[in-house]
Ligand binder design. Structure first.
Ligand code: NAP
Ligand code: MG
Length: 490
């Protein structure tokens, strides 16, 4: 076994590609950014911070911090824009703005992709081929809904909620912005959005796109800052809170808005099972497992972080998986050949390290792909844990990094029981040659999204969201639209 893996490693070095860096000249970053409120850039009253490139730790730009008063100003601007302009505009007109934004995202796609990779650390081939195209797709999709709200399933003339306060994480900064802003605007709401502290840049570039699209002032407001700014936004005079992030913060938000009229959508963590049966197309399954956990360095809420493999094929599958991992290229996010980019922050790296050490201490067997780790920046080699028991911490807690825990099962019933044995329920994957088996197993899994013989597929028309501690409400599709609507007055 180890001989094959070693050989694969040598072959990789022999076939190594020359560097193919994407130029960063297309992104003209300003030295500092303010808050985007009421269509203008204004200073924040908190102490500004510097956002860095996690692959080099080099500073990128200074970012303003919104305090409670700044957040209140942004919410007031959104309220005025809602009352005076956006709620009165016919849906077809709102749709035109959304179409314009979608086209501008396409026109500025390279710039957005490079900025995203710089600020987040994700490989350019992912930001270029996945994140940014999906952002455009989300705006195109919801643009089409803006004049068809009567068919959203809430009866004739449903109404917008008003002002939405939206808080998003750092793993898909611009895509999470699109998931939040596109349905909100299509339904006729105005928004105040807070991007994550470590990845504010693409949201600030998006503010510029709103200006370019001629979007009326105050319809979209961007307030930057850390957790405190998010907390202030949740408590401000908003009609809806839309949050994507950790279960701990989701719980705090649910408490903060309990007893108020505020609506909420909470998209939280996950610990998805990727179930591989012995009749699965094995090469395809290996690619799916790799994509499931190593895409975006595993910083994916619906990542297939628990591999459940049928016992009879365990050794073969693990062996081939290790061989495949030796061919992944870890390095500069802007290199077009890079498969594994940087971990987004020192804190996240620390968390991945701590949980991995715990995995070893609890008796699981650790294997990391042999790859050179750059000296600067935050990195973690693709890692597999075998001999993981269901009670092990790394089988239960979300690691949010490039770390896979492998467990085994013998029967479909055992696979289902193990897959459901988690406080989460966001997604799952099933690999089998038999359609009937896939349907029977999918029926018994408590997860919001189930992929069959594929993984991590996203489409704006398809609802996404979780069971149990993965949150409540759905984003995407008609369901995601109704989360920003209430039934019309009769
Ligand atoms: P996080 O710590 O919960 O942060 C998410 C956002 O909330 C950030 O903008 C954060 O600000 C802000 N925030 C922090 N404390 C807050 C508070 N008390 N009140 C209001 N806002 C607050 O999560 P994260 O570590 O950034 O993201 C990783 C987590 O998100 C993972 O658990 C992952 O599974 C989950 N996630 C879920 C989905 C989904 O769709 N279900 C998608 C992506 C990620 P700062 O970061 O600036 O401090
Ligand atoms: Mg950054």
């Amino acid at each position: 076994m180890s001989k094959d893996i070693q050989q694969a490693g040598e072959e990789r070095r022999f076939l190594d590609y020359a560097p193919a860096p994407e130029s960063r000249d297309i992104v003209r970053l300003r030295p500092s950014y303010g808050l985007f409120i009421d269509g203008d850039w204004v200073d924040g009253h908190g102490a500004p911070f510097t956002t860095i490139d996690p692959s080099t730790e080099a500073p990128l730009a200074e970012i303003a911090v919104a305090d409670e008063a700044d957040v209140a100003l942004a919410v007031a601007a959104a309220r005025r824009a809602y009352d005076k302009v956006w709620s009165r505009m016919p849906g077809a007109e709102r749709g035109k703005y959304l179409f314009r934004i979608a086209r501008l995202v396409q026109e500025r796609a390279r710039e957005l992709a490079v900025a995203e990779s710089l600020d987040n650390g994700k490989p350019i081939k992912e930001s270029r081929d996945v994140d940014v195209p999906l952002v455009a797709a989300w705006f195109f999709y919801y643009a089409g809904w803006a004049d068809k709200l009567d068919y959203a399933g809430l009866g004739a003339s449903p109404r917008a909620l008003g002002v939405a306060g939206q808080v998003i994480p750092w793993n898909f900064p611009l895509l999470m912005l699109a998931w939040k802003i596109a349905p909100a605007l299509a339904a006729g709401n105005t928004v105040v959005l807070k991007p994550a502290e470590t990845t504010p840049l693409t949201a600030l570039l998006f503010a510029d796109i709103c200006r370019q699209a001629g979007l009326p002032a105050g319809v979209v407001n961007i307030v930057t800052g850390a957790g405190e700014t998010g907390r202030a936004l949740v408590r401000a005079e908003v009609d809806k809170v839309a949050f994507t992030g950790s279960t701990a913060v989701g719980r705090e938000i649910a408490k903060a808005i309990a007893g108020t009229e505020k609506r909420a959508t909470l998209e939280l963590g996950g610990k998805a099972a990727n179930i591989v049966f012995d009749d699965a197309p094995i090469d395809q399954a290996i690619e799916g497992v790799v994509n499931g956990i190593f895409f975006n360095q595993g910083h994916v809420c619906c990542a297939g972080s628990r591999l459940l493999v049928q016992e009879s094929i365990h050794d073969e599958l693990v062996d081939r998986l290790k061989q495949r991992l030796t061919t992944l290229r870890l390095g500069s996010p802007l290199d077009k050949n890079t498969d594994i980019g940087a971990i987004n922050s020192a804190e996240q790296l620390e968390r991945i390290r701590r949980l991995s050490e715990l995995g070893e201490a609890e008796g699981a067997e650790r294997w990391s792909a042999p790859c050179a780790i750059p000296e600067q920046g935050f990195w973690f080699a693709p890692t597999i844990f075998t001999n993981v028991s269901t009670s092990s911490t790394i089988a239960r807690e979300e690691i949010f990094g490039p770390v896979l825990s492998v467990l085994t099962f013998r029967t479909p019933a055992e696979a289902v029981a193990k897959a459901n044995n988690t406080p989460y329920g966001l997604s799952a994957g099933i690999w089998s040659d038999k359609g009937s088996k896939i349907l029977a197993v999918a029926d018994r899994l408590r997860a919001g999204v189930i992929w069959a013989n594929t993984f991590n597929r996203f489409d704006p028309a398809s609802p996404f969201g979780g069971y149990k501690e993965s949150g409540y409400g759905r984003e995407g599709g008609r369901h995601g639209l109704t989360a920003y609507l209430k039934a019309g007055a009769r």
